[in-house]
Design a protein around this ligand. Structure first.
Ligand SMILES: [Fe+2]
Ligand SMILES: [Fe+2]
Length: 325
């Protein structure tokens, strides 16, 4: 009997080997369910501004912008994500430019979103339209639009970049090309598209909403919306601005989407799957898909969070789910 079983197992192994040679696989021959649940590669994590800032200010020692090294960035590295991006769908970096420097014009399939952090004199030119970038401004570079950046100020400038490049890479359509020349000619007249969302406008709207009904999971939150389409600023990623009022403590929920938060002002905490992550101004926080998360602000001043979230992608595919946790 045992000889027969061994023979049968040996025959199966032999057959699986033949299948492999033929480019076939019999997944049911492995133990476990046919469609196996996969734990999220993206892990909860906080990146501290007090660690980011000194490192980003050291980058000029080691990197001069130019062809082949076009952007002086430090990328947020999530230890669980194989591509070493902040999330499995979102790449987030902090970019640094010294006075007089230019990040040469190029274009690529990933959409890019900039949120301005520090310094005066930064600009981004998109398809010939030049946008000044001041603290809290949001500038969108849609897929395959030419863009260059520069710093016309007297001191360094720092902003954060959010890209959907991990999605583009997964779809095997990652493409990039340099512009002929370092910078684009700048057009005059009103811009062709609405690609810049000013801080003063966004913050005024958030403050206006803060007297209304709070969201149980996010306190006061709003999404940046393209006025031309009524949709998220880029197809896969949404950008949100959020206020946690003093003493706010939200309910926890789970979403199939993921998020990377940046703390614009104030301090507070986010509980992710029962672990409390404290944060303060300048920090970044990654919340993986399906993790239970709630936010709180125990301080006496409002906490302001900006976030990149892949909610629009999940919704477009029919995979967005949210439930209280
Ligand atoms: Fe770019
Ligand atoms: Fe959430």
């Amino acid at each position: 009997m045992s000889t027969q079983t061994t023979t049968k197992a040996g025959a199966l192994d032999q057959w699986i080997s033949e299948l492999s040679t033929a480019g076939l696989d019999a997944p049911w021959a492995q133990p476990g369910p046919l469609i196996r649940p996969k734990a999220s590669a993206m892990k909860p994590r906080v990146w501290r501004w007090r660690e980011i800032e000194p490192h980003v200010r050291r980058t000029p020692e080691f990197m001069q912008p130019g062809r082949g090294a076009e952007r002086r960035i430090l990328r947020l590295d999530n230890p669980g994500v194989p591509e070493r991006t902040a999330g499995h769908t979102i790449s987030v970096a902090v970019q640094y430019l010294l006075p007089g420097e230019v990040a040469p014009a190029h274009r690529h399939t990933p959409n890019a979103i900039r949120f301005m952090l520090h310094g005066e004199g930064a600009y981004t030119t998109i398809e010939g339209d030049k946008y000044a970038m001041r603290r809290g401004d949001l500038v969108v570079t849609p897929s395959m639009t030419w863009h260059d950046h520069g710093n016309e100020g007297a001191g360094p400038v720092i902003w954060t970049d959010g890209l959907d490049s991990p999605i583009v890479r997964y779809l095997e359509t990652l493409h990039m090309e340099p512009f002929e020349g370092e910078t684009q000619p700048v057009r005059t007249g009103p811009p062709a598209r609405h690609l810049c969302y000013r801080w003063a406008t966004a913050y005024a709207e958030l403050v206006r909403r803060s007297t209304g009904e709070p969201d149980p999971f996010d306190d006061i939150i709003m999404e940046y919306v393209d006025p031309a389409t009524g949709r998220s600023v880029v197809p896969a990623l949404g950008c949100f601005l959020q206020m946690l009022r003093p003493g706010a403590r939200t309910r926890a929920h789970r979403e199939t989407s993921s998020a990377v938060y940046h703390v614009v002002a104030g301090s507070g905490y986010t509980e992710i799957d029962g672990v409390r992550h404290e944060w303060s101004e300048g920090d970044f926080v990654a919340v993986p898909p399906r993790a239970a998360h709630a936010h709180g602000n125990a301080g006496s001043a409002p906490a302001i969070l900006f976030s990149f979230q892949d909610v629009p992608l999940l919704k477009a595919l029919g995979f967005y789910r949210v439930e209280p946790a």
